[in-house]
Write a protein that binds this ligand. Structure first.
Ligand code: KIV
Ligand code: ZN
Length: 515
């Protein structure tokens, strides 16, 4: 058994692609999931939970593709405790170099009584059968007693012991509803370590939700008590208030290593790029003051702080921005900058994109440099984000638009779109404002009616010539789709964002037709 004073390596189990994807509106397509999985592997994550294979054919396919392509990390698939889930999970995982099946079954009295209608004995029996079946396929089996943080102590110890005897190699303790406090989490892990006789045959893990804003604190308490694995997501995304944030737990363990006597194998310089990628792909913004990766995480506003920083950064800085992946200087590029300078800057900002993607980014960089003299890091990030978010099949694309708007006339947008890169379609629409008119024009041309659920404009950089960044969420036939668009012209950014969402609708419609 590991004690608090040994220096230990904590395994990082990332569930951005499973629990994170359960955030409302955060669903990702196959290409996006593969990109996130590769980024997580490059970041040094030990285990990637790639999805819940039985949930849908798309989930199954994503887990299978990730299992077949990622080599540096264990790839895990989630399964309820029944044969069809477990068999489906294994089917999707069997091409992985390091596969793991994650089986879960609720154990708390509330879940037993109201959700499962099962007795304690039935739960133990179901857990044992499920873990045995998973272990017959795969050496690496994780068992989670769902809602463990609210499960009776004696019963939790009984289930955990039985699951380990049945072949579980990791026992994960979820605080499913984010109810626990750090002291309770610490005590619960200690209880299991002290009372479960075969506990040294498994790695103990913590999976904390953030409903009370305690997910990271609870995970740290679990590590202090002896857990060897922490489950987390990039930017803390996940069900409801989310999960333990990967970047926060990793930097807390590193910055306070003298206290926790442990570390992870995460390459911390990749944290900011991974955060940006997940934010771009899911459309979930990172708040400015977010710990570690927020835009303001290292900004010192007060004069006293700035003075201290100039004298010695350690006065007010406990981590160095470059250690988490913030670029050192905001280098300015311009229209004479070449492809090599742009590629260099993209690498310095932590992006690892293909030559083909760089070609597209470079073309847009040249267009942007014609419109604005100075191109900052924020612009480069926006150009790359545009490339990444545009990875959906471009059924519809913008050819040209013209806006007329003023105090004496109704706002009008004349729009030309191309379909499949060929036919041109035109429409002139009016609306309550130019944005509304743009929505009408896109809807009339594409034929996809949408309800706008969220619309946000922000600027990619400082300055009045900054690129506008439009994020929107629309509903079509009961499903939510998101879109993002960038331009120095807000109406254009809106059209691009709506086309991005419309192309997702078209891709979903094509998938349904083909199945
Ligand atoms: O929060 C939870 O209980 C879960 C389990 C499936 C591990 O996500
Ligand atoms: Zn969870």
């Amino acid at each position: 058994m590991t004690t608090e004073n040994d220096s230990r390596r904590i395994k990082i189990f990332d569930t951005t692609l499973r629990d994170g994807e359960q955030s409302p509106g955060a669903s990702m397509n196959l290409g996006e999931k593969l990109e996130v999985a590769q980024t997580l592997s490059d970041l040094g994550v030990d285990i990637i939970e790639a999805g819940f294979p039985i949930a849908s054919p798309g989930d199954f396919e994503a887990v299978r593709e990730i299992a077949n392509s990622v080599r540096g990390a264990t790839v895990c698939g989630l399964a309820r405790c029944n044969p069809s889930d477990i068999e489906r999970a294994w089917e999707s995982l069997k091409g992985a170099a390091l596969p793991r099946i994650h089986v879960f079954l609720a154990t708390s009295a509330i879940h037993r009584e109201f959700k499962l209608r099962m007795t304690q004995d039935e739960i133990v029996q179901r857990a044992v059968e499920g873990v045995r079946l998973a272990a017959s396929y795969c050496d690496d089996v994780e068992f989670s007693p769902e809602d463990a943080a609210r499960t009776e102590h004696d019963f939790l110890c009984q289930v955990v012991e039985a699951a380990i005897d049945a072949g579980a190699t990791t026992i994960n303790i979820p605080d499913t509803v984010g109810y626990a406090t750090p002291q309770e989490m610490y005590d619960r892990i200690k209880l299991l370590l002290n009372r479960v006789p075969n506990i040294e045959r498994a790695v103990l893990s913590a999976h904390c939700h953030d409903d009370l804003g305690l997910a990271v604190a609870n995970s740290l308490a679990a590590v202090a008590a002896g857990c060897g694995q922490v489950e987390c997501t990039i930017n803390g995304i996940g069900e409801r208030a989310g999960n333990c944030a990967l970047e926060e737990i990793v930097m807390a363990l590193r910055t306070r290593s003298e206290l926790y006597q442990c570390d992870t194998k995460i390459r911390s310089e990749g944290l900011v790029p991974a955060s940006r990628l997940v934010s771009t792909i899911t459309g979930l913004d990172v708040q400015r003051n977010k710990a570690v990766v927020g835009r303001n995480a290292f900004a010192h506003e007060s004069g006293i702080h700035q003075d201290g920083m100039l004298k010695d950064p350690s006065t007010y800085e406990i981590m160095r921005p470059e250690d988490v992946g913030f670029a050192k200087t905001d280098l300015v590029l311009g229209k004479h900058s070449g492809r090599a300078a742009l590629a260099d800057r993209a690498r310095a900002l932590g992006f690892n994109i293909t030559a083909e993607q760089m070609q597209h980014v470079f073309e847009r960089f040249k267009e942007l440099a014609d419109k604005k003299k100075e191109i900052y890091d924020g612009d480069v990030v926006a150009l790359i984000q545009q490339e990444i978010s545009g990875q959906v099949d471009e059924a519809w694309s913008l050819v040209s638009f013209h806006v007329e708007s003023g105090s004496q006339q109704p706002p009008t947008v004349a729009l030309t779109l191309s379909h499949g890169g060929q036919e041109h379609h035109q429409e002139v629409s009016q609306g309550d404002g130019p944005i509304d008119a743009a929505f009408w024009a896109v809807e009339r041309i594409t034929g996809y009616q949408v309800v706008c659920k969220d619309y946000r404009v922000s600027s990619a950089t400082l300055g009045r010539d900054a690129q506008g960044e439009v994020h929107l969420e629309v509903e079509h036939e009961g499903r939510t789709y998101r879109g993002v668009g960038f331009s120095t012209n807000t109406v254009e950014a809106t059209i691009l964002a709506l086309l991005n969402a419309t192309n997702r609708i078209a891709a979903a419609a094509a998938t349904t037709e083909n199945t």
